[in-house]
Ligand binder design. Structure first.
Ligand SMILES: *[C@@H]1O[C@H](CO)[C@@H](O)[C@H](O)[C@H]1NC(C)=O
Ligand SMILES: *[C@@H]1O[C@H](CO)[C@@H](O)[C@H](O)[C@H]1NC(C)=O
Ligand SMILES: *[C@@H]1O[C@H](CO)[C@@H](O)[C@H](O)[C@H]1NC(C)=O
Length: 477
């Protein structure tokens, strides 16, 4: 509410105080208004006239900046509105010019619009009545952060800068990092009232800090949420050089000897050069950038090679002493080749042992089956039980033999031969190793059928199984 400023017309202290209370309610304003640069702001001001005896003759807005006072706008019922600070721009205007409503609109807002605004009603017989509004202009800052390229060293230096420029009010800057650093903050107030805040992140610039990520946090009244700006540090350091490729086995006439110079640094070194202590490279070597290729190892290579790597920060070298042998060095038993060989050998040995165990188990199972009675699990009939009726199966295979006129002995011998011939395809169909056991079980009855009339020896047959299975197993391994 506006503070009454008018003198008490009736002179009585009591009356004056009563009038003040009444008057205080007549001019309606907001104490504080904020606005953004470039946008619109409204300064409300209305006059509530409770008594028909009070006449309003004119409305005036006065702006106060520091010690300076200016009339901004005047409304007179006969002469109309008048804008005194800016004539003809239309940037400042009464919203609805009248003797009851003095509300002022400013758009677009300038930084210079900030100040104390007094809304005055000239009345009769009470004199001037007014209300005061403080207009504060906010400015959204421009925020940015960057790494400061510095050379690695032992003393603290700024490695990153973060700026919140031309904001109002001033921004608040902090840093978030896992590094052992510190930061400084400085503020500059511009003539238009905005503030530029600059912060530096300060630390000892180690090469380990290169490419580390830190964040600058900026908080300011006009930001919806604090802004976090990423900075990737850039600490410059000279090359760190290593020569790879010497295996301590360079012998005369070797033709695949290569040295490689690898260097890290910031910026990454791209300039490499090779030399020897004598300053001359042997004729048998060729240099391609960071690679030194020896076309043919000879006595001239029996020297020290030096690689220089250069970046913006410095030039660093590394050496490799070469010892040329007359003969290739003997490979040690612990070499990679021997290791691989023994691993492969071990796997093979394990596989063979495994195969033998499988065969042994199968054989024992069959032996058990032929001694006992029917085993539902192995599906094998034991001693004394009649074979299952699969005779048709055997007869189907027989039409070509049993020619008439032959003796029983002859026929039996022939049949025996035939069984021997037939045995292989029946007993060893091509199956996978896992199926071997099942296969044996299924074949049990059939083998008995074929052999029992003739009185075949199981041992004889099994010895054949064993031989074949072992060879098959070996193939699978
Ligand atoms: C950070 O700066 C403050 C004040 O300058 C100082 O007291 C403090 O020791 C510094 N901390 C580090 C880690 O440098
Ligand atoms: C304030 O002044 C600075 C330079 O002094 C200028 O860069 C900036 O744009 C100005 N801001 C406004 C809102 O006028
Ligand atoms: C290389 O030099 C060493 C001594 O530095 C020497 O013992 C060796 O015989 C030399 N090799 C050849 C192939 O000349």
């Amino acid at each position: 509410m506006g503070a009454p400023r008018s003198p008490c017309a009736l002179g009585s202290l009591l009356c004056c105080c009563l009038l003040s209370v009444v008057l205080a309610q007549r001019v309606n304003v907001q104490d504080e208004v904020t606005g953004y640069v470039g946008q619109e702001v409204t300064l409300p001001c209305t006059f509530t006239n409770a008594s028909p005896d009070v006449k309003v003759s004119q409305v005036t807005w006065v702006k106060e900046t520091g010690t300076k006072k200016q009339n901004v706008a005047v409304y007179h019922p006969v002469h109309g509105p008048s804008y005194l600070i800016e004539k003809g721009t239309g940037r400042i205007r009464f919203r609805a010019p009248s003797l009851q409503d003095a509300t002022l609109v400013i758009a677009p807002l300038h930084m210079s619009d900030e100040g104390i605004y007094t809304c005055e009603f000239a009345t009769y017989p009470l004199g001037n009545e007014d209300g005061v509004t403080s207009l504060t202009i906010l400015a959204k800052p421009t925020n940015f952060a960057e790494a400061l390229e510095v050379k690695a060293g032992n003393t603290e230096v700024p490695v990153a800068a973060c700026t919140s420029a031309n904001g109002k009010p001033a921004a608040h800057i902090t840093w978030q990092s896992g590094l052992n650093g510190n930061f400084t903050v400085s503020e500059v107030t511009n003539t238009n009232g905005t503030v530029t805040v600059t912060s530096h992140y300060v630390m000892v610039p180690t090469k380990e800090a290169n490419e580390q990520r830190i964040f600058c946090h900026i908080d300011q009244k006009t930001l919806v949420q604090p802004e976090a700006l990423l900075v990737t540090l850039s600490i410059l350091y000279p090359p760190e050089v290593v020569i790879h490729g010497y295996d301590n086995n360079w012998y005369l006439n070797r033709d695949d000897a290569v040295l490689t110079c690898s260097a890290t640094g910031n910026p990454p070194p791209t300039d490499f050069s090779w030399t020897t202590p004598s300053g001359q490279l042997p004729n048998t070597v060729a240099v391609k950038g960071e690679r030194l290729v020896v076309r043919n190892v000879d006595a001239s290579v029996n020297t020290t090679f030096i690689c220089h790597a250069t970046n913006r920060v410095g030039r660093v070298s590394s050496e490799q002493v070469i010892f040329v042998r007359d003969q290739p060095a003997k490979r040690q038993s612990g070499s990679a080749g021997a290791l691989v060989g023994s691993i492969v050998g071990g796997i093979l040995a394990l596989a063979i042992v495994g195969a033998l165990i499988v065969v042994f188990v199968l054989r024992r199972r069959r032996l058990r089956a032929t001694k006992g009675s029917y085993d539902p699990k192995t599906r094998v009939f034991g001693n004394g039980t009649a074979p299952p009726p699969v005779r048709n199966f055997a007869e189907l295979d027989r039409p070509l033999k049993a020619a008439p006129g032959r003796g029983q002995e002859e026929e039996e011998e022939e049949e025996e031969e035939e069984h021997k011939d037939r045995r292989l395809p029946y007993v060893y169909p091509p199956r996978r190793l896992e199926d071997e056991e099942e296969q044996f079980d299924q074949l049990g009855p059939m083998l008995r059928l074929n052999s029992s009339p003739r009185g075949y020896e199981y041992d004889d047959m099994e010895s054949q199984h064993d031989g074949s299975i072992i060879s098959k197993t070996a193939v699978y391994v």
